[in-house]
Design a protein around this ligand. Sequence first.
Ligand code: SAH
Length: 224
Amino acid sequence: MPDLTTDSLSGIGMTSQRTRDRMVERLRTQGIQNASVLRIMAATPRHLFVDEALATRAYEDTALPIGFGQTLSQPYVVARMTELLLEAGMPTSVLEIGTGSGYQAAVLAQLVPRVYTVERIGALAQRARRLLDGVGFRNIQFKLDDGHMGWLEQGPYEAILLTAAPGEIPESLLQQLTPGGRLLAPVGAGERQHLVMVTREGNIFVHRTLDAVSFVPMRAGHEA
Ligand code: SAH
């Protein structure tokens, strides 16, 4: 596990530990209860995952642009999805679809033993990998690909998290869940999306519809 609290990473002023602590206090009042999730979000320097010009806004309760028309979700949504994904117990591995800035992967990688993350835009995948490798994560594996197909070779997974919204959950992702495994995804076209939690019980997939959310759409294909 990398030490993200060193002086060079932890930030000053609007990117300091105090600012992260205030963010976590807000998450608590917004209803996030999982102590491990709160502890990790307090320890993760979110400002490193956005452009320097946006660093002072990294701990606001807002989504931020990360280039290529993509966004890093607001802290509450990251916390909520992480909490939901872990509510039934700690998975040994998680597959994330939509690496983006790498922030969600960094949060997960401090909670679960192995994280696999797939991104369709080469420049984003590369930037996230450089950042996360650079600060010392050794338990995240990256892949540039269309996440609709998941990552078959590394599966099956006890947990799968989508951070881009498909119109419908791709069947091949459901097939990469272990028995008892769970998949959490924003589902729906346009602005009208809901978080959907799917639990695999044998070969039956139980769907539960949760919060209304707004994510960038999941797109087909991948680009260097
Ligand atoms: N989890 C990210 C959020 C990034 S936004 C973070 O913490 O920053 C969603 C990301 O999903 C974008 O980077 C987008 O390029 C990616 N994406 C969209 N469709 C995809 C697909 N089919 N396969 C893999 N990634 C996809």
